[in-house]
Design a protein around this ligand. Structure first.
Ligand code: 5AD
Ligand code: SF4
Length: 454
């Protein structure tokens, strides 16, 4: 990859001291893809800047999961028309999920003639070639093929943090939940080899990484697409052996594939963080069926109860969609009751957003916006009440915190995460960033804990 022949060619044609700015919308996968794009651009001798007015290259890494995410990216793209008019040498690159939505890319180009390059989610390795072509071809350069050459053991990226990193273990999704655009934008499920993943993490650890977050749309079905079939717990077991690595997180899990073996892994593997994000989406069996989720609320609760039975203080979080087509007040109350039964530490709640091309978007029984909002607010109140109650148990206890950064709210404070993913703020010196320290919790909030170094 590093000897990509286009690298040298591009370096010769781009302006000297070229700068790029990158804006990322959406999930951790997108964030991690952007880290990869940054690596490629740095490798071309470009410098990253925060202010896009200073940049020769602007990359918009887009998300299509909900209308709001799509509109934000499109709004930003639209606002760049003027800049491009003033500076025709500016290169605008649109990447990620939006170009991959079926039938969208022609429309996207027609409405946004100022796009130079349109690149899909699995085509980042071709970026140098596309940049090169954009200097010679008088049209938008498009590469949105499903090329899947991302399995390379030598994936390179610029990490946001020195001490922690995302690691892709698989791409795509085969589940086709009836509301979701992801299987269309990220293609079919495809796992990387265990040996490649382990090699990548060993390299990261040598470079100072203490915590990895393994990424996949459905990590529980890891390994199914490999010739030598394996599974997610087996991968975790191998990663757990890596010396110097301290914490392993993963996301996202699908409840239907969440296995007893994985529950056992929490007990067996010392580096596996005590945190589980298990998106339930709804507590109503009728809605779950129409969402094509392939589990019932009873089956979900049974799995959660097995996790609780480990008695290991594992933090629980979930995703909920409110206002799925046909969702009645009774269905919504089933969701509230499920939340009460599980007592999540945190919940990501989304208003259902119809995505063209998905089965649920075609339904006529769409829930009115006001009802969605009313349910959203009730759900948030319940979530916050439970989160606060759950945090109370940490008062006056000592927790281990991997220090991430200077707190965004108070420059005299540092901020980090416990093994269970709780945010902790405390006063301390910046040289603690990247270290694991003991903090005594003095004050408890809904979203974070405050404490003192001990
Ligand atoms: N509308 C609202 N939320 C959605 N999600 C996925 N598709 C949609 C949609 N069309 C949510 C799901 C998923 C999370 C990443 O985004 O809850 O788990
Ligand atoms: Fe979308 Fe369902 Fe796949 Fe998750 S499992 S990415 S919600 S289709």
């Amino acid at each position: 990859m590093l000897d990509n022949k286009y690298n040298e060619l591009v370096k010769e044609i781009i302006p000297k001291n070229s700068k790029y700015a990158i804006r990322t919308y959406g999930c951790q996968m997108n964030e991690h893809d952007s880290e990869q794009v940054e690596f490629f651009l740095n490798n071309l001798g470009m410098e990253k800047v925060e202010d896009y007015n200073e940049a020769n290259f602007i990359i918009i890494n887009t998300c299509a999961i909900r209308g709001t995410a799509e509109n934000k990216a499109l709004g930003f793209l639209g606002s760049l028309k003027n800049l491009k008019r003033q500076n025709p040498n500016l290169k605008i690159i649109v990447s990620g999920c939006l170009p991959k939505v079926d039938g969208t890319f022609e429309d996207l180009i027609k409405k946004n003639r100022h796009i130079d390059i349109l690149i899909g989610t699995s085509n980042y390795l071709s970026l140098p070639e596309l940049i090169y072509r954009s200097y010679y071809e008088d049209k938008t350069i498009v590469d949105i093929s499903d090329q899947y050459d991302l399995n390379s053991a030598e994936l390179n990226y610029n990490r946001m943090y020195k001490h922690k990193s995302f690691v892709n273990i698989m791409y795509g999704c085969n589940n086709f939940c009836s509301y979701c655009i992801v299987p269309y934008t990220r293609g079919r499920e495809y796992s990387r080899e265990i040996t490649d993943i382990v090699k990548e993490i060993e390299g990261l650890v040598q470079d100072g990484v203490k915590e990895v977050t393994l990424l996949g749309q459905n990590v529980n079905s890891y390994g199914k697409s490999l010739t030598n079939k394996t599974d997610f717990p087996s991968l975790l077991k191998e990663i757990n052996k890596i010396e110097g690595l301290e914490r392993i997180r993963f996301m996202t899990s699908h409840p239907k594939d969440f296995s007893d073996d994985l529950i056992k892994a929490y007990a067996d593997l010392d580096k596996l963080s005590k945190q589980l994000h298990l998106p339930v989406q709804s507590g109503s069996n009728k809605v779950l069926k129409e969402m094509n989720r392939k589990y019932t609320r009873e089956a979900y609760l049974e799995k959660i109860n097995k996790v609780k039975a480990l008695d290991m203080d594992i933090s629980l979080s979930t995703d909920i969609i409110v206002g799925f087509p046909g969702e009645t007040e009774e269905d919504f109350e089933d969701t509230l009751n499920l939340i009460k039964a599980v007592e999540y530490d945190s919940i990501f709640t989304f208003l259902y957003s119809p995505r063209e091309g998905t089965p649920a978007a075609k339904r006529e029984d769409q829930v009115p916006h006001e009802i969605k909002m009313e349910r959203f607010n009730r759900l948030m109140d319940l979530t916050n009440e439970i989160a606060y109650k759950k945090n109370l148990k940490y008062k006056d206890t000592v927790v281990k915190v991997l220090v991430d950064e200077v707190s965004k709210n108070n420059p005299e404070y540092l901020s980090g995460r416990t093994d269970g993913f709780k945010t902790v703020n405390f006063a301390g010196d910046q040289d603690l960033i990247g270290k694991i320290v003991d903090v005594k919790i003095e004050k408890v909030g809904t979203f974070s804990l405050d404490g003192k170094l001990v």
